[in-house]
Design a protein around this ligand. Structure first.
Ligand SMILES: Cc1cc2nc3c(=O)[nH]c(=O)nc-3n(C[C@H](O)[C@H](O)[C@H](O)COP(=O)(O)O)c2cc1C
Length: 205
């Protein structure tokens, strides 16, 4: 069996999702997978980005920008990382998917696993709705959805504030972006990456 090749395609305006996808990547690799990490193109005009967004962009400058015409080909699964925007996926992420009609028509992703991770400013700010909304696009592509099972038990914690749910890993950032992923959220992201890779390996043609 060859190493499953997993595309992780994400957007991160302030760096929280970037940290989370790095954890997912570590989990995929620990489980024997190979990661292609891509950030989607920014849509906000440069002049409207605040200083924190500029710093986060600088930190991600070495990550290749996603190519919607090329990146879905020859992969064994896709993990989408999107911060919430009003309980939905970020427009930057939707913009990526909206350019994948060619691969939708060819059925490139049919039968391949897909999962979603997210971040919200507040505890009930839409982690589940964001993931479910993103699932819709992935279902239209014919993907097999992979969530975060309760066997990743950290999601049941009653100690403190933690993101993550059976729908997928998540982190809570605070209204000013002052909270970065906790150790528990990072562990869930790694374990999700490993869980996803096991399924991708089993689904390989
Ligand atoms: C236009 C806009 C809408 C947002 N909507 C929500 C929301 O509905 N619920 C929420 O908890 N956070 C919301 N946020 C906060 C973002 O989700 C938060 O900044 C993001 O998760 C941080 O991740 P990042 O550092 O990877 O960009 C919103 C932010 C923006 C800019």
């Amino acid at each position: 069996m060859k190493s499953p090749k997993i595309l992780i395609v994400y957007y991160s305006m302030y760096g929280h999702m970037f940290e989370m996808v790095k954890q997912v990547k570590a989990g995929v690799e620990a489980a024997g997978g190979t990661v292609v990490l891509r950030r989607v193109a920014e849509l906000v005009p440069e002049k409207f980005l605040d200083e924190y967004a500029r710093q986060a962009a600088e930190a991600q400058k070495d990550i290749e920008v996603a190519d919607p015409r090329a990146d879905l080909k020859d992969i064994d699964g896709v993990i989408v990382g999107t911060p919430t925007r009003f309980g939905n996926m970020a427009a930057q992420v939707k913009n990526f998917w909206d350019q994948t009609g060619g691969d939708w028509a060819k059925g490139t992703l049919v039968g391949k696993p897909a999962g979603v991770i997210t971040s919200t400013a507040t505890q009930h700010g839409g982690q589940e709705s964001t993931i479910l909304a993103t699932h819709t696009v992935l279902l239209h592509h014919g993907c097999v959805l992979v969530g975060m099972p309760y066997s990743i038990q950290e999601q049941t914690t009653l100690e403190g504030l933690e993101g993550g749910s059976p729908y997928g890993p998540g982190t809570i950032t605070g209204g000013k972006g002052e909270r970065f992923p906790s150790d528990l959220e990072k562990k869930m992201a790694r374990d999700f990456g490993a869980h996803f890779t096991g399924i991708a390996a089993r689904l390989q043609p």
